[in-house]
Design a protein. Sequence first.
Length: 504
Amino acid sequence: MPRHPRTLRRCLVALVTLASAVLTGVASAPPAALAAPNFKAPFPCGQRWTYDHHSAEVRQALDFVRADGGTTGGTPQVASAAGVARRYAQPSGAGNYVVIDHGGGWTTYYFHLSAYSVPDGAYVEQGQQIGVTGSTGNSSGPHVHYEQLYNGVGQSIVINGVSLAPYPGQYHQKYLVSDNCGGGGGGRYLAGSPTDFNDDGKDDIVAFNQGTLNDVYVATSTGSSFAGTSVKWNDFFGLNGETLSTGDFNGDGKDDIIAFTHGTLADVYVATSTGTTFNPATKWHDWFAPGAEVAAIGDVNGDNKDDIIAFTHDNAADVYVALSTGTGFTGTANKWHEYFSIPGEYPAIGDVNGDGKDDIITFTQGPNTNSDVIIALSNGTNFGPPQKWHDLFAVGNEQPRIGDINGDGKDDIITFTCNTDADVYAATSTGTEFTGTTIKWHDHFCTPGEFPYLGDFNGDGKDDIIVFTKNTTNDVHVALSTGTTFTPTTKWHDFFGLPGETTL
């Protein structure tokens, strides 16, 4: 039977819903303007470049060339912050170029590429390669032409919160060394997912290297470390621009891996775990989370098999679900909520009331006056009305995560500042709210450029925190939960998860 575009499917679902149910969305005033992303250099980690600006440049652009002995032409250009990448060509001007939409009105431009490295419309992580430095279009030689815009207006370029203005009028007066070492990769809004691949009660770690190899490596937990050298569990899974995650989709107690292709195909592939390897990938759905929609994982109907959820994350803010049958995800995705998690917010999944069914969560991530946490509980067939469970959590560019850190069966909220303070705050669930003012559970965990996550790594029923350092060390550090705090950090692996790889 021919596949119909999701827009048609959704229109049919919407008509039925409108005729039979009261809208669950809640009208609200537009959110406050979103803070600028923490932009990093648009060239790879560790490289030193010099920059200049001349009067003929559009807006407030800077041109960069290498100043560390490397060759400018052919060097990768990387995303200075996460977002949706669009490809363009202007032979008489910008040449081949990429525009990344970071949300909240912020965009960045990358001109004169000799080649594109991501599909049009792909979601890219900070530090992910988006193209190759060249001299296409109206250009006198290879260089990185870079811009930052807010609501279409050029801004003075800021890197790591520091303005590069006043701009120099020629090269070799000012320099910039990149610390853009990549983050989680493989999809946005990764707020937590189970990673017990061998069903021993302890979460393991996985790395998807993507690129041209597309290998998947696993290091299993011993309860006090991740076992030695990582082992390849699959040799072709997870392409650039796909969202990669984990979950137990067939209900056998072993977590599997999943890939959402997005784009115009919008396929969903699963590779199930045998306990020592992942089986070859098979297609479990052929139209889910197209384009820039946000894909997530959770058991929303409580049958012990993880399902797939898509947030449209646009002005409609719809939420769609396809349930797992154990061998696939149910045909047409069904709308379970029609106004939840608008652009600029951070959507997530977790069982916040402990009833065995995962609920939807959104962090508004504005300034202090607008950093709410909203949930909508699952009843097994849809998500109920939105409820505010916390009014100050995960401010601005902090990284929120979901997990049961005190072992009471209800998922809690955690946020990592991932700045020079490197603080970790938590608010635990009572079943009807996240308790009061946030409490600092760790005061030095996740510095800039690192990727934090959660898992029960020692098998005691309480989720712990983990960080993949990336950069040049590629270490993995864990801080165990005591139920009221996280213990001092210890190294559990000394080489896992390279820059640009997806690590969970």
